[in-house]
Design a protein around this ligand. Sequence first.
Ligand SMILES: [Fe+2]
Length: 241
Amino acid sequence: MYTDLHCHYVPGIDDGVRRADDGIALCRGLKRAGFSRVIATPHIRTAMFENKPEDVRGAFATFAQLAASDSAMPELGVGAEHYCDDVFVRAFGDGRVCPYPGGHALLIELPSETMPAGLRELVFEMRLKGITPVLAHPERYSAVWRSSEPIEELVEAGVLPLLDVMSLAERYGREPRRAAERLLDEDLYYAACSDAHKPSDVDVVIDSIGRLRRIVGQDEAEDLLGDHPRRVLEGTFGDWL
Ligand SMILES: [Fe+2]
C-alpha cells in the first residue's frame, strides 16, 4: 500500500477542501487510489496562507477526531507545505515548523519562477539539524522546464524530490508534464504523491498513477509511492542520502 506525503484534506485552512465532509470524501478517495496512509500538508505561506504550526496541528486534530469512527478512512498524519522564503528560514531557526510525523523530514515548496539564493546553504543547515527537506513538485518550477540541473544540484545537497503524479496527466500544463517525464527518466525523483486538493482530484490521481506505472514500470512505481514515502516517515532514506 502507498503513503501520500502531500495532500490538502484538512478543511478550511488553505486552498484545499473547505468542508469536513469533503475532507472525508478526499481521504476515502485516496484510499481507493491505493494510499493506506495520507499525510496532510496544509500550506504555510506568508501573505497567502498565514498558518502557524499550532493552527495546522489544531485543525488537523479536529478533523482527525471527526474522522476517527469512519472505517473507510486511511491512516492520517500531518505535516505542512512550507513556502521557502526568509520567513521560513527564520521560522526553521526557531523550530516553528511542521515536519513530517517522525520529525526526520519536512516538505518545502519554492517560488515557481526563480530558485531562491542560498537554497543549498539552507538545505545544509536543515540536514545538520537532522531534518531532510522534501521538495514539492520540482517539475512545476520554470527553471526545471529548461534543464534538470537545478534538481541535480539539490539532490546532491541532500534534497528528496517529490513528484506530483497529476503532472503526468498535464494537470499543470505541458511543460510540467514534459519536465516530470524527463526527471523520471533521469531517476531524479525520490518519491511521488497526489497533492490532491478536492475529492474530484481522485480520478485524476488514479489515472496518473496508471501513467506512472506505464512510464517507470510496476516495481519503480511501488518504490516511489510505497517504500520511499514510508522511509521518509521512518528517517531511513536508503542509499539516496
Ligand atoms: Fe500542495
